[in-house]
Design a protein around this ligand. Structure first.
Ligand code: HMG
Ligand code: MG
Length: 297
C-alpha cells in the first residue's frame, strides 16, 4: 500500500458554493492559485451548473479562464449535464466531475431528477469525455445518510458507485454529505464498495457536521483508501443538504496524515496561511490545526 495520499482540495467549489454573500471572482482565483502553490496537486475549481441552483458559482467561466494554471496541477470542475460539459470545455477544462446520490430524495432536490435519470444524463457526457480524453470523477452523495430520507442502504451506495464506474468514471468519491457517518459505518461502507471497485479508484469525502470526519478518514485509511477530499479552513456545505456544515479542513487532514507518516506533498505552513487568509475574507473561523500552526510560527 502506498504511503502517499492524494488530497483533492474542494474548497473553491464545495467550500464556496454555499456562501451567502457574493465572493469576488478575483478572490476565488487567488484562492485556487494559492492552494496550488501550497503543493496541492488537485484543486477542484468551480461548477458549471445552472446559475439559479448555485448563484455563488455563476462566474465559473470567468474564474476558470483567469486561473494561472500551475503545470502538473489538476483543476477538475463539476458538470451536471452536457450543457455544463460544453461550457467547461469551451474555457479549457481538462477534467470534470459528475454527481449523483445514493438517495432518491436528495437527488431530486439537488439535481432535479431520479438516480436512474441522472445516470442517463451522464451517458452522453461520459461519451464526449472519453472521445476528448477528459478524466471524469463520479460523486455519490449521501453515502452514510440523507437529510430527507434518513438511512441509506449500503447496497444502494454500491449500486450507484458501480454504475458510475461501469460508465467510465476513473474515480468514485463517496460523499457523507451531512456528516452523520461514524468510523465503523464509514469503513464498512467503503469496504462494501471496494468489493467490486478497486480501492485505488475510490476517494472519501466527509463533511464535518458532527465532528466525525477525521475519525472517519482514519478508519478509511486503515481500509486502504488513498484519495481524500477536503476543504481549506473547513469551508463548505451543500445548499440542498439542510444543516450540513463544511468539509473536513485540509489543514487538519494534512496534519493527521503527516503524523501517521503518510505523505501529501502539501506545505502545511503555507496551507495554514492560505486558510487564515480565506477565513478572514469570508469572516469564517480558522481550522483547528490551521490556528495552532499559525500560533507556533
Ligand atoms: P433543471 O431545472 O432540471 O434543468 O436543473 P433543465 O435542463 O430543465 O434546465 C433548466 C434551465 O437551466 C434552462 O435554462 C437550462 O438552459 C439551464 P432556461 O432555458 O430556463 O433559461 N441549465 C444550465 N445552465 C447553465 N449550466 C448548466 C445548465 N443546465 C441547465 N449546466 C440541473 C437541473 C442539474 C441543471 C440543476 O439542478 C443544477 O444545476 N443543479 C446543481 C446543483 C449543485 O451544484 N449542487 C451542489 C453540488 S453537489 C454537492 O455539493 C455534493 C458533493 O460535494 C458530494 C457530497 O458532499 O456529497 C459533490
Ligand atoms: Mg460535498
Amino acid at each position: 500500500m502506498t504511503d502517499h495520499v492524494t488530497i483533492v482540495e474542494v474548497g473553491p467549489r464545495d467550500g464556496l458554493q454555499n456562501e451567502p454573500y457574493t465572493i469576488p471572482t478575483e478572490v476565488k482565483v487567488e484562492l485556487i492559485e494559492r492552494l496550488a502553490a501550497c503543493g496541492l496537486g488537485v484543486v477542484e475549481a468551480t461548477s458549471f451548473v445552472a446559475a439559479p441552483a448555485i448563484p455563488q458559482l455563476a462566474d465559473a467561466e470567468d474564474v476558470f479562464v483567469r486561473i494561472d494554471r500551475k503545470p502538473g496541477v489538476r483543476y477538475p470542475v463539476l458538470v451536471p449535464n452536457l450543457k455544463g460539459y460544453e461550457r467547461a470545455r469551451a474555457v479549457g477544462a481538462e477534467e470534470i466531475a459528475v454527481f449523483t446520490a445514493a438517495s432518491e430524495a436528495f437527488n431530486q432536490k439537488n439535481i432535479n431528477c431520479s438516480i436512474a435519470e441522472s445516470l442517463e444524463r451522464f451517458a452522453p457526457v461520459l461519451e464526449r469525455a472519453r472521445n476528448d480524453q477528459v478524466r471524469v470523477r463520479g460523486y455519490v452523495s449521501t453515502v452514510l445518510g440523507c437529510p430527507y430520507q434518513g438511512e441509506v442502504p449500503v447496497a444502494e451506495v454500491v449500486r450507484v458507485a458501480e454504475a458510475l464506474h461501469e460508465a467510465g468514471c476513473a474515480e468514485i468519491s463517496l460523499g457523507d454529505t451531512i456528516g452523520v457517518g461514524t468510523p465503523s459505518k464509514a469503513r464498512a461502507m467503503l469496504e462494501a464498495v471496494a468489493e467490486s471497485i478497486p480501492m485505488e479508484r475510490l476517494a472519501v469525502h466527509f463533511h464535518d457536521t458532527y465532528g466525525q470526519a477525521l475519525a472517519n478518514i482514519h478508519a478509511c485509511l486503515e481500509a486502504g483508501v488513498r484519495v481524500v477530499d477536503s476543504s481549506v479552513a473547513g469551508l463548505g456545505g451543500c445548499p440542498y443538504a439542510r444543516g450540513a456544515t463544511g468539509n473536513v479542513a485540509t489543514e487538519d487532514v494534512v496534519f493527521m496524515l503527516e503524523g501517521m507518516g503518510l505523505t501529501t506533498g502539501v506545505d502545511l505552513d503555507s496551507l495554514a496561511r492560505t486558510g487564515d487568509w480565506i477565513a478572514g475574507e469570508l469572516g469564517r473561523p480558522r481550522s483547528r490545526a490551521g490556528q495552532a500552526i499559525l500560533k507556533r510560527n
